[in-house]
Design a protein around this ligand. Structure first.
Ligand code: MCN
Ligand code: CUN
Length: 800
């Protein structure tokens, strides 16, 4: 149970802990004073500004592009088109999924908002003005907007840039044992099935994406300031694309105003900024505006799923079968481990002990923006958890079973861990029944059901339009990709480096490859070192986001920072501690084996007065103290951590809603969330992560959708149309916890950054559908969708 202040709802703070515990975030001293340093705060001498001309059509052939009027603009310094780039071999770039993506269109445009021309000017306004002077003649083509028709025989072929292509099919991929699963279904007493759409959405970080590229013509060094969650991965991709060695490329990620997956990929604007800098000989800055962000840089989800669940008469779950149609947009640019085109979707057997499971995923091209997977998804686990948690509720609905009881009797039991699922994942640890019981207790489940009955009677008597719903979800997350043996991105194995240096005065600097976007790494990674070495977190500086200053590693996404970089941090601190033991032994003139570690100092066993503190050891390590021959001086270490397995956090969520059947309006009355992410480094930061993710879930379930009309016009390109949840829609969260440490992680921690985004959408959806007793309706359950569902005519919200 957490120590939450009952009046404020916030966790009570500990004094600055010498290790784990709730302490205020070190970075907030800057952020709350407006002293963050974001991309927009960086101004380089002579910097030029760029803007991108985008396609108004979802699908059209480019007949001609006339740039002469734009070039004649007095403040324009360069106009770059696909033709310019083709001359440099840069008109197309590799995507994260072994496809290519157009940087600036040469032949066709394939989605509304696609990049067509890049204008570099002396100021931002002139660059924007000059866009209107570029004259593009288009020959519009019919567009493929509904993924369910992408494979129709008469569907227009989107990717005719690929030789011999006659359709919009990208891949077929499957996981699990099809025959065993069919067998289980043949033997089952009851089967429920359901078609469901996890609609296209957007990460929508507060800061949009951008880049400042500066190519030094003398040294030949390219410096790129950019909003990236993965600086080292970006550098390697630039190296491969531009043919420059890594040491001639420096990627600097300044403060990031939210990433949520939106800042994993490399966008055409980034590449154009580099070319712009080469062409003009000056630094070039490109930043997208809100509409460009929503229309062009990444999307999330867009999975059309058909799921089936099999069970016995008495409610024992047996198996799950699913087929997925994945809408990947015009270029296959989704980010996930290379060998898994549907990411980690195949954890969809969830938190239950199933005999068999199978999925078949088909990816298709449509005339929509590329770059899927982003938005706190743990590589598609959002979709997987939604699928199974909706299916369990559909089954309960069909059989008249209680959804809490159905979950309780089928959850994995703690003695089954480590547990290998029917799909081959090895879950590391968990106490699922206790986690669920904690949530149901906190919610007062039985009393809620009793109240719901009364509310429904009043509704049925015609006294009130209101209904009440109780929605559950139980999720298992899989975070911390690697191991590198099974997981890579573009051939780069998913291990992370860490470097730790203790200065002579005992202060420390920790250098990491991961990149904070708001998660508080400056604080929490310092706390890991503090816990291991007994140095105050205030005395440990965490350096991230500059490839010249940090070791190689794949970056922050899929909640992998704590599982991978966090493990690297603990391991490197332990290496330093081992070195410190040798130094302390020399100081105290005893054998290293005679020393006992007590946080912050080594003491001589049996003579507690004889001790050396970390501060003293640090100074001695840099002094003239004589050390054994094979021991170098100083106090530092490096480490590369290759995770042996993912970590598997879990959680049980209970959402209570009030639904007005007259208006379709849903109010989330209560939300109980019990998360288990193993050992918590900074419980306050963990709760902040959970709060954010729960709000995301309300957004997804009730309001967020990237809708298109049949011509492919994007209907959500501003925050007036693409609705994000605010504090107004959120209740005061009620959080709880269980702690089952990860057995293979050096400090027992599991990632948590996406848990709530993964776990909350099905809880909210299940609550609304529970209220109105409707078997299924797709998210977002907007007032219109709820109103229609109540009246038996469901609405497809992603198409207009
Ligand atoms: N933490 C902890 N104890 C644990 C687990 C985590 O104290 N047992 C702390 C960590 O030290 C870290 C934070 O919680 O400060 C999140 O850790 P982790 O779960 O490792 O996730 P990452 O740091 O890798 O963050 C990535 C994750 C992802 S993938 C998305 S998307 C997302 C999310 O984080 N984007 C965010 N949360 C976000 N929060 C903010 N404010 N902004 C974003 O862009
Ligand atoms: Cu999938 S969004 Mo986060 O992994 O950067």
């Amino acid at each position: 149970m957490t120590t939450t202040d009952p009046d404020t709802g916030f966790r009570a703070l500990d004094a600055t802990p010498m290790g784990y515990g709730s302490m205020r975030r070190k970075e907030d001293a800057r952020f709350v004073r407006g002293k963050g340093r974001y991309l927009d705060d960086i101004v380089l001498p002579g910097m030029l500004h760029a803007a991108i001309l985008r396609s108004p059509h979802a699908h059209a052939r480019i007949v001609s592009i006339d740039t002469s009027a734009a070039e004649a603009h007095p403040r324009v310094r360069a106009v770059i088109t696909g033709e310019t780039l083709a001359g440099l071999g840069l008109a197309w770039m590799p995507t994260l999924s072994h496809d290519v993506q157009s940087v600036l269109a040469t032949d066709k445009v394939r989605f509304q908002g696609q990049e067509v021309a890049f204008v570099v000017a002396e100021d931002r306004y002139s660059a924007r003005d000059a866009l209107a002077l570029v004259d593009v003649e288009y020959d519009p083509l019919p567009a493929v907007i509904d993924a369910q028709h992408a494979l129709d025989a008469d569907a227009p072929v989107i990717r005719d840039d690929q030789e011999g292509r006659t359709d919009n099919h990208i891949f077929d991929w499957e996981a699990g044992d099809a025959a065993a699963t069919d067998d289980v279904f043949a033997r089952a007493d009851v089967v429920s099935s359901c078609d469901m759409l996890y609609p296209r959405s957007h990460p929508a970080p507060m800061e949009t994406c951008g880049s400042i590229a500066s190519m030094d013509p003398v040294s030949g060094k390219l410096t790129v300031y950019t909003t990236t969650q993965a600086p080292h991965a970006h550098r390697t991709v630039y190296a491969l694309v531009a043919g420059l060695p890594e040491h001639k490329i420096q990627i600097i990620s300044p403060d990031i105003g939210g990433g949520f997956g939106n800042k994993v990929g490399i966008y055409p604007g980034y590449v154009c900024a580099v070319v712009g800098s080469i062409v003009t000989g000056a630094p070039v800055k490109w930043t997208e505006d809100r509409s460009e962000n929503l229309m062009s840089t990444s999307f999330a989800r867009d999975y059309h799923m058909r799921g089936e669940i099999a069970a016995t008469h008495d409610g024992k779950l047996l198996g799950v079968r699913v087929t997925v149609l994945a809408d990947h947009g015009a270029f296959n640019g989704t980010a996930q481990p290379s060998k898994m085109p549907a990411g980690l979707f195949h954890v969809f057997s969830g938190s239950y002990d199933l005999a068999a499971a199978h999925c078949a995923v088909t990816g298709v091209y449509t005339n929509k923006a590329p770059g899927g997977v982003a938005y706190a998804c743990s590589f598609r686990i959002t979709e997987a958890v939604y699928l199974i948690e909706r299916l369990v509720d559909v089954l309960a609905h069909d059989q008249g079973w209680d959804p809490a009881e159905l979950r309780r009797t089928n959850l994995l039991r703690s003695e089954q861990f480590p547990y290998t699922t029917a799909l081959g994942w090895e879950y590391d640890s968990g106490d699922y029944p206790r986690t669920l019981a904690t949530a149901l207790d906190m919610a007062g489940y039985d009393e809620l059901r009793a109240e719901q009955k009364q509310v429904r009677s009043a509704y049925e008597r015609g006294e009130s339009p209101m209904l009440m719903g109780i929605g559950l979800s139980f999720f298992t997350e899989a975070v911390g990709a690697g191991p590198r043996r099974t997981m890579d991105i573009l051939g780069l194995g998913m291990a992370d480096g860490a470097e730790l240096r203790i200065h002579p005065t005992g202060k420390a600097v920790l250098r990491l490859s991961c990149m904070t976007q708001g998660q508080g790494h400056q604080t929490t990674f310092a706390q890991i070192v503090a816990e291991e070495l007994g140095i105050s977190p205030d005395d440990i500086e965490v350096v991230q986001g500059d490839t010249d200053q940090t070791p190689f590693g794949l970056g922050t996404y899929g909640s992998r920072s704590t599982p991978v970089s966090g493990a690297a941090t603990a391991m490197v601190a332990r290496k330093v501690r081992d070195r410190a033991r040798i130094v302390a032994a020399a100081m105290l003139e005893v054998s290293p084996d005679d020393l006992e570690w007590e946080k912050g100092a080594f003491r001589v066993a049996g003579d507690p007065a004889a001790a050396a503190t970390m501060n003293e050891i640090a100074m001695a390590a840099h002094s003239d103290l004589e050390l054994p021959d094979d021991v170098e001086g100083h106090l530092d270490a490096t480490c590369v951590y290759n995770p042996p397995n993912l970590t598997y956090p879990c959680g049980a969520y209970v959402c209570v809603v009030d639904v007005d059947t007259a208006t379709g309006q849903v109010k989330v009355r209560r939300f109980v969330a019990v998360d288990d992410c193993g050992v918590r480094i900074n419980p306050m930061v963990v709760e902040g992560q959970v709060h954010g993710g729960l709000a995301d879930g309300i957004g997804m379930a009730l309001m967020e959708v990237m809708a298109f009309d049949t011509d492919g016009n994007h209907l959500g390109a501003s925050f007036m149309d693409y609705l994000l949840p605010t504090a107004m829609e959120c209740p005061s969260w009620e959080l709880g916890e269980t702690v089952t440490p990860s057995p293979h992680h050096p400090i027992g921690a599991k990632g948590v950054g996406e848990s709530a985004t993964v776990g909350s959408p099905p809880a909210v959806t299940n609550a609304v559908l529970d209220a109105i007793r409707v078997r299924h309706a797709d998210m977002p359950l907007t007032p219109a969708a709820v109103w229609r569902a109540v009246r038996g005519t469901p609405l497809r919200t992603d198409l207009a």
